[in-house]
Design a protein around this ligand. Structure first.
Ligand code: FAD
Length: 422
């Protein structure tokens, strides 16, 4: 694996044969989540494909030239030509493998795969998801001397690590940067002795058998499972959104706002996240247009007062996005007035979308009892409809989703489990 700068791009990448190039940034949780996968895969594929990293903030001209619009972005080259699909955002190991395999002869791929050995490990408790809910469950279980493993598809911390500032978590006089709060939570649980398997792909979950397969080849078994997988951002469903995700459309202000210094952005949404993250984005952007579907913002009063006073922000009420189109360096956001149906086009340098969340239950949707919005139903001890399976945090059916409520759920589940295993 090699770190390069822009001046080495031509020799190391364009003249480098088969190359995978990682544009990464600092203070970028998805970049950190990718780092260990990238290194791990370099050991497996390193004889066939050159693994190269480049610091995006230090290579702005090159990233602009290559139209790299968010971090991390993985590009694949073969003899100077870009091949395979670009990968961005929360990049999965299986997607990288798919792209690498497509660059190699099938015999070579077979040989590489034959070097991977399946493994099995056993614990008392598997915790799926290392956000505040899962980390707190891990801490309490560990302090009860229960052998637990935390499994996460990203780095530990959950949504808090991508929140720029948290001002309502008790115990801190000043607002805390989200990544510091989640870092401290994670270190506390890790120092206690909880085993971490993070930045992995969760291939399969069998809740009845209490088995989780990660990265296709590693089976983790336990007596009990705690689901703490949280939620993910909703998509608007407008044309072009999926295609431009990570290529001009972002769902993480902490990761990408810094690339919009003196630039113009469009933000979709009107709730707490949209309004608070807009405030943060205007530390960088020169102009921000907020598009909201209703005639009033739904964010809390304090956040609204602040945004209405912000001279960089203008708000277009009762409008919804219908299409996102790239034109050169710009993104065109086509919006429609929900009453008049009149459409207009907004030109900006980038778009941020904050329009609510959906529960991460895809891997166990068919086996668990869910509410009508797809959130997991639990009893007051966080037990689900399957024996020995618990669920905590934002993924469960409840009224209020906050760090404090996720932490409380994690505590309750861990104490119930500790009692049962005693
Ligand atoms: C922009 C924003 C700002 C916010 N600001 C605040 C605030 O100021 N104060 C406050 O109290 N709350 C805030 N919240 C809400 C708060 O972040 C959540 O309530 C809290 O993080 C929920 O914790 P959790 O552990 O349930 O889930 P999450 O924090 O969402 O963590 C879930 C974890 O599960 C992992 N995961 C997902 N799928 C899988 C899988 N299949 N297998 C394994 N792991 C998986 C994810 O990678 C993640 O690490 C904010 C949320 C957002 C989006």
């Amino acid at each position: 694996m090699k770190e390069i700068n822009s001046s080495e791009f031509e020799n190391e990448v364009l003249k480098g044969g088969k190359v995978i190039l990682d544009f990464y940034s600092t203070e970028c949780p998805p970049c950190e989540a990718l780092a260990s996968k990238f290194e791990d895969l370099s050991k497996l594929y390193g004889n066939d494909v050159k693994f190269v990293k480049i610091f995006r903030q230090g290579s702005r001209d090159l990233s602009d030239k290559l139209m790299v619009k968010s971090s991390p972005t993985l590009l694949f080259f073969d003899n100077g030509k870009e091949v395979a699909e670009r990968l961005g955002g929360g990049i999965k190991r299986i997607d990288i493998i798919r792209n690498l395999d497509s660059m190699l002869p099938s015999e070579r791929v077979k040989d590489i795969k034959s070097r991977i050995k399946p493994s099995v490990s056993e614990f008392d408790v598997i915790i799926l998801g290392a956000g505040p809910g899962g980390l707190t469950a891990g801490l309490y279980l560990c302090q009860s001397k229960i052998n637990s493993v935390l499994i996460d598809i990203a780095l530990p911390g959950g949504q808090v690590s991508t929140t720029h500032e948290v001002s309502n978590y008790p115990g801190f006089i000043d607002p805390q940067p989200g990544y510091m709060l989640s870092h401290n939570m994670s270190e506390q649980t890790k120092l206690c002795g909880t085993i971490y398997k993070v930045a992995v792909d969760v291939t399969r979950v069998d809740l009845e058998k209490k088995e989780v397969v990660i990265d296709e080849y590693e089976t983790v078994k336990a007596k009990k499972i705690v689901i703490a997988t949280g939620t993910t951002p909703n998509l608007t469903g407008a044309d072009g959104e999926k295609e431009l995700k990570g290529k001009g459309i972002s769902y993480c202000a902490t990761c990408d706002a810094k690339y919009f210094n003196d630039k113009e952005v469009v933000v979709i949404g009107g709730g707490n996240s949209a309004v608070e993250e807009s405030e943060y984005i205007t530390r960088f952007a020169s102009k921000l247009t907020l598009i909201h579907q209703f005639d009033k913002l739904t964010a809390n009063k304090q956040a609204q007062d602040k945004i209405f006073k912000n001279p960089k922000v203008s708000i277009l009420f009762e409008n919804e996005p219908r299409a996102f189109i790239r034109e050169g360096d710009k993104i065109i956001t086509e919006i429609e007035d929900v009453k008049t149906k009149k459409r207009q086009k907004l030109v900006s340098d980038g778009v941020f979308i904050f329009i609510g969340m959906k529960p991460n239950v895809d891997l166990f949707r068919n086996s668990l009892e869910l509410d009508s919005w797809g959130y997991i139903k639990t009893d007051q001890d966080m037990r689900t409809s399957i024996p020995d399976v618990f669920a905590v945090g934002d993924v469960i059916s409840k009224k209020y989703r906050q760090i404090t409520t996720a932490v409380a759920d994690g505590t309750i589940a861990a104490m119930a489990i500790a009692k049962e295993l005693d």
